[in-house]
Write a protein that binds this ligand. Structure first.
Ligand code: C5P
Length: 404
């Protein structure tokens, strides 16, 4: 493996209900820039088809040792050599036993004998199977041989019991496999704005917009998973914020600005994903406005631009803005990148009800001298891809010699 290159990962999948988490694992490893090849045991194919892993990994999936057609491509010895790391998730009690005794009775166990790559196991089984003396002995043998294990975790099990045996979460497996490489925001502080703002007209009415806050919340989760210490300043949200994120709920643009400015010092990254209301009513009525008049004129004044204010500070964090456009996406986004002096801008087309308030989105991302297009996908995946790109750019900018 060249220095700086992401390792080739051979993912073994054995037959347990936790296989569904292995799908997420493939995605995360690919998001981290790894090439992933999947080998399934016969039992694993009873839970999920190879086609699922083929689609997720973008590579053919191997299941049989004695498959003449597959062996004519990358044969099992070449596959064992190709792998920089081997991870088996989930690892069943049966597979642990076969690995401990050095059996090579299927493709996966054969590869484990034929590779020099380090082996990481993510065991998943019923709590009594995990506690059984046979599994304890097999665990000791494997650990003594230098095999590493992540999990199992304690909690409710698919069989309805409580106790140790749940497979470790994909994020923990990625961390165990790639170490700090998987946590590019480790030790970094990240401040994110999300959601709409509500600008009061009177005690019951407000001026607002259709933002759900989904993208900002997904970005906060992705930044947390990348090891960041994340604070989310958000307007009224249509969804809950996951754990491990400091939350600061606000209602108006002015309150969002105050919350951001109070926390901005010492931040490494600022992502402005909020759909901040551009204007607010000049006067806020202290009582509910009566509908006596046939016509009502609402006078609006401009709200402060939080993003531009953060970008103008020195020193400042790496600053990422969003742009929701209905026409000439690229032109407007590039103009905003320059005008607000941003490090990066993520632009989405919100014409015809796209993007805002929706579970999926597509983004065109621009930075000085570069751009990347992310096709339509669920916002959680989009957020992971965007955080990955941001960390790449942060490294790049950080590495550049500062010009006088
Ligand atoms: O200028 P425009 O509103 O299109 O810019 C959008 C970007 O600016 C978003 O990142 C948004 O969060 C941020 N913004 C802000 N404060 C405002 C208006 C927009 O931080 N008052």
């Amino acid at each position: 493996m060249e220095s700086g290159a992401r390792p080739n990962i051979l993912l073994g999948v054995s037959g347990g209900i936790a296989v569904y988490k292995a799908c997420e694992l493939v995605r995360r490893l690919r998001d981290a820039g790894c090439e992933v090849r999947v080998v399934m045991t016969r039992a694993a194919t009873a839970f999920i088809t190879p086609l699922t892993f083929q689609a997720l990994s973008g590579q053919p999936v191997r299941t049989d040792l004695l498959d003449a057609e597959a062996e004519s491509g990358m044969d099992h010895i070449a596959l064992a050599r190709w792998a920089d790391r081997v991870v088996i998730a989930p690892t069943t009690a049966d597979l642990m036993a076969r690995l401990a005794t050095g059996m090579a009775d299927d493709l996966l166990t054969t590869l484990c004998l034929a590779t020099e790559a380090p082996l990481l196991l993510a065991p998943a089984m019923n709590r009594l199977m995990w506690a059984h003396p046979a599994t304890r002995t097999n665990t000791d043998i494997l650990l003594a041989r230098g095999v590493r294990m992540v999990g199992p975790e304690s909690g409710s099990q698919a069989c309805g019991e409580q106790g140790p045996g749940r497979m470790a979460e994909p994020a923990s497996i990625v961390h165990a496999l790639l170490g700090p490489e998987s946590a590019p925001l480790s030790g970094r502080r990240v401040l994110i704005t999300a959601g709409p703002t509500h600008e009061p007209i009177d005690p019951v009415r407000f001026v607002g917009n259709r933002s759900s806050g989904r993208m900002g919340v997904a970005l906060a989760a992705a930044a947390r998973d990348a090891g960041g210490e994340v604070c989310l300043v958000h307007g009224p949200l249509a969804l809950p914020v996951p754990g491990g994120i400091e939350v600061v709920p606000v209602e108006t643009a002015e309150a969002m600005r105050m919350a951001v400015l109070q926390r901005i010092d010492g931040q490494d990254l600022f992502i402005a994903a909020a759909a901040v209301a551009d204007y607010r009513p000049r006067e806020v009525a202290s009582h509910k406005v009566k509908k006596d008049a046939p016509m009502l004129t609402l006078e609006l004044i401009r709200n402060p631009d939080i993003l531009a204010e953060v970008a103008a500070r020195r020193p400042r964090p790496f600053v990422v803005g969003f742009a929701a456009e209905t026409t000439d996406l690229r032109t407007h986004a590039l103009a905003k990148l320059a005008r607000k002096d941003l490090d990066m801008i993520a632009a989405n087309d919100v014409s015809a009800g796209r993007g805002i308030g929706q579970p999926v989105n597509a983004l065109s991302v621009f930075w000085p001298g570069g751009e990347r297009l992310f096709p339509e996908q669920p916002k959680a995946e989009l957020a992971r891809a965007l955080v990955h790109l941001i960390t790449e750019r942060m490294e790049h900018v950080g590495a550049e010699p500062s010009t006088p």
